[in-house]
Every structure is written in structure tokens, then in C-alpha cells.
Design a binder for this molecule. Structure first.
Ligand code: DGP
Length: 218
């Protein structure tokens, strides 16, 4: 039996990640694949509830503390993701550690660099492919405007976009990212996503590639 694949969606707020995740999950299921749909932050766990309180402004957290809570929220389900993948279930994730690094580093706290932010993520299951839905902050804002959550403002989104670019140049991330224009029509984006994901399926299955872990930066 082939192992499941780990597929991640990343991008700015309102880039279309949730829509495209749902569309990919349906199309993989229609092809007969078992699929788990996971999103981060997972607000259902006790740690996720602390993150939710922070994002909605109900509580304050020091920058490093909230960063480590977001990371812990990924670690608390990492072993169940691995188990599902070993059992042949494909896991589609809406945001992962790339968001973790860039949103924290976007605060421009001198003691919270991208490299610092990436460290607690080392050892997490490494995606087989990361679909980056690229959209300008201006186009994102036109999609109904920003909401009231912590990071939904133009300055932060601009900085996040720049840092996603830097992230795509870091270590192994370079090999994992497929950038797709998220400003295109929904069906066109979905077709590009499906093509990239099927390419990843072929690569993993033909090479019998094992699931890898996120490595430290060289
Ligand atoms: P969402 O539920 O996808 O709308 O994400 C909520 C917000 O949290 C969004 O603005 C991105 C941000 N975010 C997601 N993951 C992380 C993370 O690991 N660290 C930080 N600092 N922010 C994150």
C-alpha cells in the first residue's frame, strides 16, 4: 500500500486557501483517495483555545510565547499526522510551520528572526509539496476586506508576503514550494493545484520516497 502524502497550503489571509483546500480534498476523495483535512491553528485543543483568545484580542501574549504556542499546536497533532500517512491517508493542511515562521518574524522583534522562529519546527513531518497561493495584499483586501483578527491589516500582510519570499529561499523549503497565482479564477487555481499535487503523488510513489522530517538549517 502506498503511504499517504502530506500536502500543505500557504499564503496570506484571504489568498483562497480554505476554498482550495476544500476543493482538493473533494477531488482527491472523488479519485478514491482517503484524505484528512487539517488546519492550523487547530483552535479545538486547549492550546488552540489560547491561540484563539490571542487572535481575537481576548488575551495578550509575549511574541516568543505565542510563537511557541502556535508551534506546540502543530506538535500536538504531529504524531497523528505521521500515523495517518503511514496508514495510507493523505493529509491536506491549511497553513503549517511556514505561516508559523513568517507571521512571527513579521512583528520585527529583534530577538525573533525567521531562523529563530524555524527552530521549534525542526523535526515536524516535512510536506511532500507546499502550495503557495500568491496574492498581493491589495487584491486580498478587496476580497471582502480584512477581518478583526490580530494580523489582518495591510502593514502586517505586506511584511508577511515579503517574508514568505525569504522563506521560499531558505534551506529545503526551496524544493518544497510550488507557487500558484491565487488572483486567478477559482477553477483555474484548482486545476493548477491538482496538477501540482498529482505530480507530487507520482514523485513519491515512483521513488517510494519516505516521509521526511523538517531538517535544521545548514
Ligand atoms: P487562519 O485561521 O488560517 O485565519 O489563521 C489565523 C491567523 O493566525 C492568520 O492571520 C495567520 C496566523 N498564523 C497561523 N499560524 C501561525 C503561527 O504559527 N504563528 C503566528 N504567529 N501566526 C500564525
Amino acid at each position: 500500500m502506498a503511504r499517504g502524502k502530506l500536502i500543505v497550503f500557504e499564503g496570506l489571509d484571504r489568498a483562497g486557501k480554505s476554498t482550495q483546500c476544500a476543493s482538493l480534498v473533494s477531488s482527491l476523495q472523488a479519485r478514491g483517495h482517503a484524505v484528512r483535512h487539517q488546519r492550523f491553528p487547530d483552535r479545538t485543543t486547549p492550546i488552540g483555545q489560547m491561540i484563539n483568545a490571542y487572535l481575537t484580542g481576548a488575551s495578550e501574549q509575549e511574541d516568543h510565547v505565542i510563537h511557541l504556542l502556535f508551534s506546540a499546536n502543530r506538535w500536538e497533532v504531529a504524531s497523528s499526522i505521521k500515523a495517518d500517512i503511514e496508514a495510507g491517508v493523505n493529509v491536506v493542511i491549511d497553513r503549517y510551520y511556514y505561516s508559523g515562521c513568517v507571521y512571527s518574524a513579521a512583528k520585527d522583534n529583534p530577538s525573533l528572526s525567521l531562523a529563530w522562529a524555524r527552530q521549534p519546527e525542526e523535526g515536524l513531518p516535512r510536506p511532500d509539496v507546499v502550495i503557495f497561493l500568491d496574492i498581493s495584499p491589495e487584491a486580498a483586501a478587496q476580497r471582502g476586506g480584512y477581518g478583526a483578527e490580530k494580523y489582518e491589516n495591510a502593514r502586517m500582510q505586506q511584511r508577511v508576503r515579503e517574508l514568505f519570499k525569504s522563506m521560499r529561499e531558505l534551506g529545503e523549503e526551496k524544493e518544497d514550494f510550488v507557487t500558484i497565482d491565487g488572483g486567478e479564477e477559482q477553477e483555474k487555481v484548482a486545476a493548477a493545484v491538482e496538477a501540482a499535487v498529482l505530480e507530487a503523488f507520482g514523485r513519491v510513489d515512483q521513488g517510494s520516497l519516505p516521509l521526511r522530517a523538517v531538517k535544521p538549517l545548514q
